[in-house]
Write a protein that binds this ligand. Structure first.
Ligand code: B12
Length: 228
């Protein structure tokens, strides 16, 4: 199979929510065919770059989002697709980690309180790790208190907040306010991202930068580090 066809199959299997070949798809007729895990392995073996694979997975999830918005996909379908993306990330992660000596800086990443969306955050983390940042993942639904505690403990250069809901993006501003109250805002840069966020929102809440996707996240982190 050509690399283009492999990437197309990978995207198709993200849409089908199939982690591996034993999985059925959302549609019939997939059982026994390679799933996202096997296809990611094969694509890597063919020499396709991690960046291209991530772009394909990203495109797949964007399509999943559109299908959900059109009412063609439901929550279990989205969950299956996210688990399939998780299977790809497990394969990709070892290829992205650099030696400690190469680290450009330390970044804490968290999905804010009330929000459990983590696919975008996890893609951002993989890209950052692949670009030689040391990343600590605080997970999802992370409270301001936990964020403050971890900033004090881990002393990162940058903290990154992710939110996918209109109702939770406000937590980013609250986190920044709490950081100010605790006197730790000046020592750490804040970058934000997630579908409902924007440059103007970042400015409004006093974040240092906004990144629209995982590739922009790396650019933003590089800039913030060089300003330190
Ligand atoms: C998958 C998904 C889910 C999955 C999440 C699984 C998981 N492990 O993440 C499940 C099924 C659990 C889910 C649940 C819900 N969801 Co949902 N979900 C989605 C969906 C389809 C895709 C999100 C996604 O993964 N996108 C793909 C990734 C790659 O993109 P991304 O997250 O935007 O991330 C990229 C950038 O934003 C950026 N980025 C992200 N974070 C950061 C951070 C930094 C620092 C930087 C620099 C960049 C950055 O880089 C990423 C990579 O390129 C979206 C629809 C959509 N079109 O987005 C709805 C969507 C986000 N969900 C929505 C809703 C309403 C819900 C629920 C409330 C549904 C319900 N009624 O229960 C719950 C909320 C649960 C909660 N408390 O969080 C709405 C939100 C509406 C809004 N604007 O508020 C959306 C938009 C769907 C819709 N149109 O209604 N969801």
């Amino acid at each position: 199979m050509s690399n283009e066809n492999l990437l197309e199959k990978l995207k198709e299997n993200v849409l089908q929510g199939r982690m591996e070949k034993e999985d059925e798809g959302i549609e019939e007729g997939y059982l026994g065919q390679p799933g996202v895990q096997e296809l990611t392995e094969e694509t890597l073996e063919q020499g396709v770059s991690v960046k291209e694979i991530l772009q394909t997975i990203n495109d797949g999830m964007v399509l999943v989002g559109k299908m959900f918005e059109k009412g063609e996909y439901f929550i279990p379908d989205m969950l299956a697709a996210s688990e399939a993306v998780g299977a790809a990330m497990e394969v990709l992660e070892p290829h992205m980690i650099k030696d400690k000596e190469d680290w450009k800086g330390k970044i804490l990443m968290a999905t804010v309180e009330g929000d459990i969306h983590d696919i975008g955050k996890n893609l951002v983390i993989i890209m950052l790790k692949g670009s030689a940042f040391q990343v600590v993942d605080l997970g999802t639904n992370v409270s301001s208190n936990k964020i403050i505690e971890e900033i004090e403990k881990q002393k990162p250069d940058i903290v990154g907040f992710s939110a996918l809901l209109d109702t939770t993006m406000v937590e980013m501003g609250k986190n920044i306010e709490t950081m100010k109250e605790k006197g730790i805002r000046d020592g750490v840069k804040v970058m934000i991202g997630g579908a409902p966020t924007s440059e103007s929102f970042a400015q409004k809440i006093g974040a240092d930068a906004h990144g629209k996707d995982a590739f922009a996240a790396v650019e933003v982190a590089n800039k913030l580090i060089s300003k330190n």
